[in-house]
Design a binder for this molecule. Structure first.
Ligand SMILES: [Zn+2]
Ligand SMILES: [Zn+2]
Length: 276
């Protein structure tokens, strides 16, 4: 993302308001109030703010407590867990996991995540810590009755295996869904939510669109994962929750659904997934 790039113009507002199921306001250039207002102006009335380390998770819970439109998800990101262990050993990782669990118990925190496995950025040496952290997050989500938000990067089979071994929480969301149609069918069979991000609009993303086509509308969510994954045709511009309508409209086209019908599904699904 070019820092200097001009923000994309706001999209035509949605008729049916939806949520951005996964965003990182702490990594964007605007204030929380500006971000919330810009999103609400185009019908994105709820934001799930995701903290990726201890400090950002604390911040996320705080922001969610202060803004009606914002809910929080807290976790050690799959690339953060190995870093903590490398620097402070298992003891440091455990201490951080404990504080995540304390934050997750707060009422404005609706989910534990993003946790999971990232074989793209973490090599073999960090994978044991990553799996351990993932298991601990699953356990916390189940114990507290919160949703689990999964980050799965180049690790589909291992993520599915850990979920099966641990038993998935009742409400499980695959954020930035990146599997193929076969994996979408596995998620559907388990009742797991699939959240699609701006990369579903990318030219080379045909397998992802096939996955979207295979996913039942009752399990679909939309997200920005902003500041990452700005949807086409604005790649290279900064991403933010107000960009959701671009992705939602691209999804409606893939599904052959009227935009309002898809938005109704997405709005209801996100509320059900996170329990608000
Ligand atoms: Zn992620
Ligand atoms: Zn994320």
């Amino acid at each position: 993302m070019e820092k200097s790039a001009q923000p994309a113009p706001p999209p035509v507002p949605l008729n049916v308001p939806v949520a951005d199921s996964h965003t990182h306001i702490d990594m964007q250039d605007a204030t929380v109030a500006q971000t919330v207002a810009a999103a609400a102006a185009v019908g994105v009335t709820t934001l799930v703010q995701v903290g990726c380390d201890l400090e950002r998770s604390r911040w996320s819970a705080q922001v969610a407590a202060e803004h009606d439109a914002v809910w929080a998800a807290v976790a050690l990101h799959p690339n953060e867990a190995p870093r903590l262990e490398r620097e402070g050993g298992r003891k440091a990782l455990d201490a951080a996991l404990e504080e995540i669990a304390e934050l997750a118990a707060r009422p404005e925190v609706l989910a534990v995540g993003e946790s999971g496995l990232d074989h793209f950025r973490t090599g073999e040496e960090g994978r044991e810590a990553q799996r351990y952290s993932f298991r601990r997050h699953i356990e916390t989500a189940k114990r507290l009755g919160k949703a689990l938000v999964i980050h799965d990067r180049d690790a589909h089979e291992d993520v599915l295996r850990v979920l099966e071994e641990e038993g998935a929480p009742e409400r499980t969301v695959f954020h930035c869904f990146s599997g193929d149609a076969g994996m979408a069918r596995v998620c559907a069979a388990n009742g797991w939510f699939m959240s699609f991000a701006g990369n579903v609009t990318f030219k080379n993303a045909r397998p992802l669109r096939e996955a979207l086509a295979a996913a039942p509308p009752e399990l679909l969510l939309v997200e920005t994962d902003a500041p990452f994954l700005t949807p086409a045709p604005y790649r290279g511009r900064p991403n933010a929750p107000y960009m959701i309508p671009y992705t939602l409209r691209a999804m409606a086209e893939v599904k052959g659904l009227d935009e309002d019908v898809l938005a109704e599904h997405v709005a209801a699904n996100t509320a059900r997934a996170f329990g608000y």
